[in-house]
Write a protein that binds this ligand. Structure first.
Ligand SMILES: Cc1cc2nc3c(=O)[nH]c(=O)nc-3n(C[C@H](O)[C@H](O)[C@H](O)COP(=O)(O)O)c2cc1C
Length: 191
């Protein structure tokens, strides 16, 4: 069921590091993303595939995780993602970096859903410095990082809860490190 995949496709912040992800697996995710809708069909994105351990280890420290849990350093040691896809805009194809901000979400979610279907998982990471990532990954000036998506085999429990109007949308963790994600009720979001 498609809805089961959507529900399973959570933002994971803990992975089984023994399950490496190959370049071919990332290619397959991008091959799904390229069919996503795009404003005026501009398709200005190119994708940096990061799967070699030494490259993953260089990118990981440049990514910011779980800003809503400032007392916690996530991922926990030994539970990092084993691959990244850096969604970049090729400014030679279109130099307007604001025009395609919605498109970024469409391609990222397409890759996450495709990964979930393959028994993998991931998370969108917007908390990074494009300049630092470009420098570390040796990207040319015309290739601008827009959003990073981390991937791996999820190794943590996430529970979706329902909240009413006025209740906090902030995610939280219990003593067992179970991650809770509050979602608004259907009846509260339909106008
Ligand atoms: C555009 C975007 C950027 C995000 N950036 C980050 C990030 O930098 N770090 C992080 O830990 N989570 C990030 N997230 C994940 C959100 O925190 C997560 O989607 C939210 O807590 C709801 O959890 P869920 O995706 O499991 O429903 C991002 C999500 C989106 C949509």
């Amino acid at each position: 069921m498609f809805k089961d995949i959507v529900k399973k496709s959570r933002s994971y912040r803990g992975y089984d590091e023994s399950r490496r992800i190959s370049r071919e697996e990332l290619l397959e995710l991008v091959d799904c993303a390229r069919f996503a809708p795009s404003s005026v069909n501009g398709q200005p994105f190119q994708y940096l595939l990061v799967w070699k351990k030494e490259d993953v280890d260089r990118l990981q420290p440049l990514t910011g995780w779980a800003r809503a849990l400032p007392d916690m350093k996530l991922p926990h040691p030994g539970k990092c993602p084993t691959a990244f896809v850096v969604i970049c805009q090729n400014t030679e194809w279109d130099s307007n970096l604001n025009r395609y901000l919605r498109d970024v979400g469409a391609v990222a979610q397409t890759m996450l859903l495709a990964a979930t279907q393959e028994g993998l998982g991931g998370i969108m990471i917007g908390n990074f410095s494009p300049a630092k990532v470009a420098q570390e990954m040796e990207l040319p000036e015309t290739i601008v990082p827009m959003l990073i998506v981390a991937f791996g085999k999820p190794d943590e429990k996430i529970v979706i809860t329902e909240i009413g109007n006025g209740q906090s949308t902030k995610y939280y963790r219990d003593e067992q490190d179970v991650h809770y994600v509050p979602k608004r009720k259907l009846e509260d979001i339909v106008l």
